[in-house]
Design a protein around this ligand. Structure first.
Ligand code: FAD
Length: 411
């Protein structure tokens, strides 16, 4: 396993420069238009597919990079280009990770390639966990999966919400309750193959930011999927449920609180989301730095004022600190080191808060221009706001970190 490094090697620098070129030449010029249209940017994703960027091959290669830096580097460059377009390209990855995390080799081989399609026919995928009454509290999930033994089919009923690519996806990965008595430990993930009857898109949300990314409700009304669509398979599920029942019994006896298993699963994907936030923050900082050098008031560039220059110094310091936390967590995940102090959550918390703060500072430095859509920082500020909400809110990250470092079941 590679040692922790803060330097990209020659190959990684080549990939980064290639991504940067796409971000600068294709994403940046298209960003404002798709933000205004608030539609999924199929042409941009198709462009990315044509050059092999939107593909399982490319993302798998970065994921397997032994230094752990492939994915954060990729996310930072794409989201430096634009966050809405970036999520249109990266959103399928969340569903893919859901299958990698829980699926068998055969399921991974069957479903993950279908999620991306190919350059001739681009596809996206969705990961559907959140529900109207189950956001941070995953254990409140209601979507039910019941096994129909006679037909070897699972029947899914419920309503999912906030699903990135929900309804426009080919493959949907759906988390559902198989044993209500076990709370979050009684959940399982299912593949809903493209075109399955009973799955439909509900409301499409109009959003504050990342407006090129599609976010919608997904309604599951008597959706029947073959038995082999249960991720991990029946035997593994029964084994896991039996262990959970034993553990639940033990906890009732000892009075210990049940831990939310889904939180631990998400912990591993959080550095990648943190890297997206770093990309947005860096983009806004760069615009503000150039603007502060150019804009003249009182006969000198505004950066001549410490009040402005010190803000830029703080912005840059925070961005670099956020990147270091993200790289540390990504390296730890790749090296198989456990997040004993919730290092994944730390990276997402700090990077998400950094993106929100830095984009607000950038708007302030641009004065009136910062408040208009003539300059990109207004959009970046709206985009950044989601980074303290999705993939676990900042409060939930603090909860995870506090529990990990204290060993106390803080609520
Ligand atoms: C654009 C977008 C895309 C998304 N994409 C997906 C997706 O692809 N798939 C998916 O499954 N989900 C997705 N989500 C859902 C997202 O993960 C949830 O919105 C998030 O987990 C928060 O849940 P909630 O919105 O129900 O907020 P709530 O859980 O209702 O929280 C509301 C507020 O209460 C705070 N709070 C709640 N509990 C506690 C506590 N114990 N201690 C302290 N504070 C607390 C929260 O931090 C927050 O500030 C997406 C959401 C958005 C907006």
């Amino acid at each position: 396993m590679a040692e922790f490094t803060m330097e990209l090697d020659e190959d990684q620098r080549g990939v980064r420069d290639w991504l940067h070129g796409f971000a600068e030449d294709v994403m940046r010029p298209a960003a404002a238009e798709w933000d205004e249209r608030e539609e999924f940017p199929w042409p941009v994703v198709q462009e990315a597919a044509k050059i092999g960027l939107y593909s399982l091959d490319f993302f798998a290669q970065q994921f397997l990079d032994p230094t752990g830096l492939g994915i954060p580097m990729t996310m930072e460059e794409l989201f430096w280009g634009d966050a809405g377009l970036g999520l249109a390209i990266a959103g399928t990855g969340l569903a893919a990770v859901g299958v990698f995390a829980n699926g068998t080799e055969e399921q991974i081989g069957t479903w993950v390639p279908q999620m991306y399609g190919d350059a001739a026919e681009v596809k996206v995928a969705a990961f559907c966990s959140s529900e109207p009454d189950a956001g941070s509290d995953v254990s409140a999930m209601r979507t039910r999966a019941v096994y129909d033994e006679a037909k070897d089919e699972w029947v899914l009923n419920g309503t999912k919400t906030w699903a990135t690519n929900g309804g426009i996806a080919g493959v949907h990965v759906v988390v559902a309750v198989v044993d209500p008595a076990l709370g979050a430990r009684g959940h399982a993930s299912f593949i809903v193959p493209p075109g399955t009857a009973g799955l439909s898109q509900g409301q499409k949300f109009k959003k504050h930011g990342i407006r090129a990314s599609h976010t919608a409700e997904v309604v599951l009304d008597g959706v029947r999927v073959p038995g082999h669509c249960l991720l991990g398979g029946r035997e593994k599920l029964e084994h896991r449920l039996a262990r959970a029942r034993e553990r639940a019994k033990g906890e009732r006896e000892t009075g210990a609180g049940a831990r939310n298993a889904a939180m631990a699963t998400f912990e591993a994907s959080r550095p990648a989301v943190g890297a997206q936030a770093v990309g947005i923050a860096r983009a806004a900082y760069e615009v503000a730095l150039e603007y502060a050098k150019d804009r003249v008031q009182f006969g000198r560039p505004i950066i001549d004022n410490q009040g402005v220059a010190f803000q830029l110094a703080d912005m840059r310091t925070r961005i670099d600190a956020a990147r270091l936390l993200v790289w540390r967590a990504s390296w730890m995940a790749t090296a198989g080191r456990p997040f004993t102090s919730a290092e994944g959550s730390m990276s997402k918390l700090f990077a998400g808060e950094t993106a929100k703060t830095v984009t607000a500072q950038a708007m302030q430095i641009l004065g009136g221009n910062g408040y208009t859509r003539e300059y990109p920082v207004e959009r970046m500020h709206r985009d950044a706001a989601i980074y303290t909400v999705f993939e676990g809110t900042s409060e939930i990250q603090r909860l995870v970190i506090a529990r990990a470092v204290s060993g106390v079941g803080i609520r």
